[in-house]
Design a protein around this ligand. Structure first.
Ligand code: HEC
Ligand code: HEC
Ligand code: HEC
Ligand code: HEC
Ligand code: HEC
Length: 173
């Protein structure tokens, strides 16, 4: 799969070669894209109103490639006491007790042959909302902002960041 992806990129790179502005335009995504219900109900709106900051739960969103998704241990820091008798919270407590991972249904994903890291985007001052929409006002997260190649490139062009193919795609060297 990975090799096939790289071969396609080489081919497209050869076609695009020598031009300053990429001529390729991705097919537009239909947004918002909803995902299947989460294994444990979770509302960003409720938690933002309770005063939680994004980085309280997505602990590596500013420092690492991946933002990270919290597991029951982190939730239970509060829920040992907050709403401890709610059925949803009791289910959460069960995950923790049994040491089971919560298999959160993913919303944003780029293919494996694309390199994306949160660290440098955060350092450059890009806000979560620019790429993920007004998450703090949502009970359910749906994909609201496009992650096609053209949408990445449009921002890079606007910020005068490189749009060389190898910036986002490993060409195998
Ligand atoms: C910083 C503390 C804190 C953390 C961490 C936290 N919560 Fe909450 N949670 C709250 C507060 C406060 C409420 C609102 C309680 C209320 O309505 O009075 C809440 C409400 C909820 C509710 C609604 C309960 C009900 O029946 O009304 C669920 C479900 C929930 N949280 C799940 C989670 C999950 C899952 C995580 C981990 C991913 C998590 N929480 C992490 C503080 C926290
Ligand atoms: C109390 C913990 C908590 C806080 C605070 C929190 N999140 Fe989340 N976030 C979660 C959990 C749990 C999920 C997975 C379930 C879901 O998608 O709703 C998630 C999912 C997401 C996703 C989708 C990830 C994917 O699958 O691609 C985005 C984007 C996101 N959060 C952004 C934010 C932003 C932006 C903030 C601050 C405004 C924030 N989160 C605050 C717990 C939290
Ligand atoms: C420049 C755009 C951009 C910004 C800014 C950004 N994200 Fe993301 N985020 C993405 C993309 C693209 C993905 C999918 C990455 C992948 O599949 O590897 C993603 C994935 C995620 C995920 C899924 C799980 C993971 O570990 O990566 C969460 C959670 C998330 N982002 C939260 C945040 C939060 C919180 C902030 C702000 C601190 C933020 N993002 C800022 C583009 C962005
Ligand atoms: C909202 C604007 C914005 C969007 C959208 C965006 N980027 Fe960026 N990107 C930047 C900025 C600004 C930098 C420069 C960061 C720096 O100075 O290091 C950057 C740098 C990068 C880098 C080099 C730094 C690093 O992290 O290694 C890569 C790779 C990259 N972006 C990939 C992507 C991909 C892939 C997407 C789409 C999924 C994307 N970007 C979407 C603004 C954006
Ligand atoms: C700013 C980051 C970025 C740059 C620069 C970039 N790409 Fe992409 N590319 C992506 C992303 C993100 C995807 C995945 C899009 C998706 O998920 O739909 C992608 C996908 C692709 C694909 C698969 C087909 C498709 O549209 O999904 C090919 C082929 C490709 N890129 C070639 C190139 C070539 C050739 C260049 C140089 C002209 C280039 N890319 C530059 C981010 C980038």
């Amino acid at each position: 799969m990975r090799n096939a992806g790289i071969a396609v990129i080489w081919l497209a790179a050869a076609v695009a070669g020598g031009q300053d502005q990429p001529v390729y335009k991705s097919k537009e995504e239909e947004l918002p894209q909803r995902v299947a219900p989460q294994p444990v109900p979770f509302s960003h709106k409720v938690h933002a109103e309770a005063g939680s900051a994004c980085k309280d739960c997505h602990t590596t969103a500013a420092t690492k490639e991946r933002a990270g998704l919290p597991q029951a241990d982190r939730c239970m820091l509060c829920h040992r006491t907050v709403k401890a008798d709610s059925p949803a919270v009791q289910e959460l407590a069960k995950y923790q007790r049994e040491g089971k991972r919560i298999a959160w249904v993913r919303v944003y994903r780029v293919p494996e042959f694309v390199f994306f890291s949160h660290a440098n985007h955060g350092k450059a001052g890009e806000a979560c909302e620019t790429c993920h929409g007004p998450v703090a006002t949502r009970d359910e997260v749906a994909k609201e902002v496009s992650t096609t190649m053209t949408s990445c490139m449009n921002c890079h062009a606007a910020r005068e960041v490189s749009n060389d193919c190898h910036f986002c795609h490993s060409l195998g060297y």
